[in-house]
Design a protein around this ligand. Structure first.
Ligand SMILES: Nc1ncnc2c1ncn2[C@@H]1O[C@H](COP(=O)(O)OP(=O)(O)OP(=O)(O)O)[C@@H](O)[C@H]1O
Ligand SMILES: [Mg+2]
Length: 246
């Protein structure tokens, strides 16, 4: 039986002026797969994820989400396709002036007309699964530690029950122990919700913890792709270089 592809990226290229960032990228994400994208700083990982989120339009190529090409469809079909995706941004990107529960249920209260008390109840049930305490709900992001902020960002990403989660550097800025806790939490969440995930990371332990498949970006291209254990044994020079420099 053919595995269902949730996301299919074909011939994707992105440039800013004369600066080519991504050149003819092809990959897919299947149901319940956990794909990890690695590559040195500036290799275009976040740009790629922004294309998949519909925030950046590639110069060339298609991005199918559940069969809908978001690059080339009307606004409503694009928005519907993107509803299947929950995102945590590289810098967390919580709203400073909103409380934690307002951050988590932002879409529901702002756009879907949920009332305050049911939104708050929902925020509570989500954070309890992420090992966060009830009393943070009324706090503001600046009152939380970096690790707690990452958990809140995950809570916001899963609030609308997406089919796919994107994590851009979920462990960056954290100490190794908190980083491992966040990775474990991501794994647990992905398994429990039976979703697919795309995670960008620099962190080797995150790759081994999270990935069912890895894509290495280098020099505007996918330089290598395979399973984490194959990566560790790979003779590919770019892979070896990446692993040595971690
Ligand atoms: N809006 C933009 N306008 C112009 N250049 C951009 C823009 N966004 C990204 N770039 C450039 O694209 C390149 C890739 O950036 P990107 O943020 O995707 O890197 P990255 O692989 O995520 O790096 P890091 O690991 O440091 O997060 C960089 O050279 C960056 O300066
Ligand atoms: Mg980045």
């Amino acid at each position: 039986m053919k595995t269902k592809r949730l996301i299919n990226v074909k011939n994707l290229s992105v440039s800013f002026g004369n600066n080519i960032i991504l050149n003819n990228i092809n990959f897919y994400l299947s149901k319940k797969e956990s794909l990890v994208i690695i590559g040195k700083s500036g290799s275009g990982k976040s740009v790629l994820l922004k294309c998949l989120m519909g925030l950046l339009k590639p110069d060339v190529g298609s991005i199918e989400i559940n069969g809908v090409n978001i690059v080339n469809t009307n606004r409503i079909d694009k928005e519907n396709a993107l509803k299947n995706i929950g995102v945590t941004f590289q810098n967390g990107a919580l709203f400073d002036s909103l409380t934690i529960w307002e951050n988590i249920t932002f879409k529901k209260t702002r756009f879907l007309g949920f009332d305050k008390s049911s939104a708050k109840k929902q925020a509570l049930s989500i954070i309890q699964n992420l090992e966060l305490d009830e009393n943070i709900l009324e706090l503001y992001p600046s009152e939380l530690s970096g690790g707690m902020q990452k958990r809140v960002a995950i809570a916001r990403a899963i609030c609308d029950q997406p089919q796919v989660l994107f994590f851009d550097e979920p462990t960056s800025g954290l100490d190794p122990i908190t980083g491992k806790v966040i990775n474990d939490l991501i794994n647990k969440t992905v398994k429990k919700l039976e979703v697919s995930a795309i995670t960008i990371t620099h962190d080797i332990s995150s790759i081994n913890n999270l990935a069912s498949r890895v894509i290495l970006l280098d020099n505007n291209k996918i330089a290598w792709s395979g399973k984490p254990n194959e990566m560790n044994k790979s003779k590919n020079n770019i892979v070896k270089q990446f692993l040595i420099n971690r």
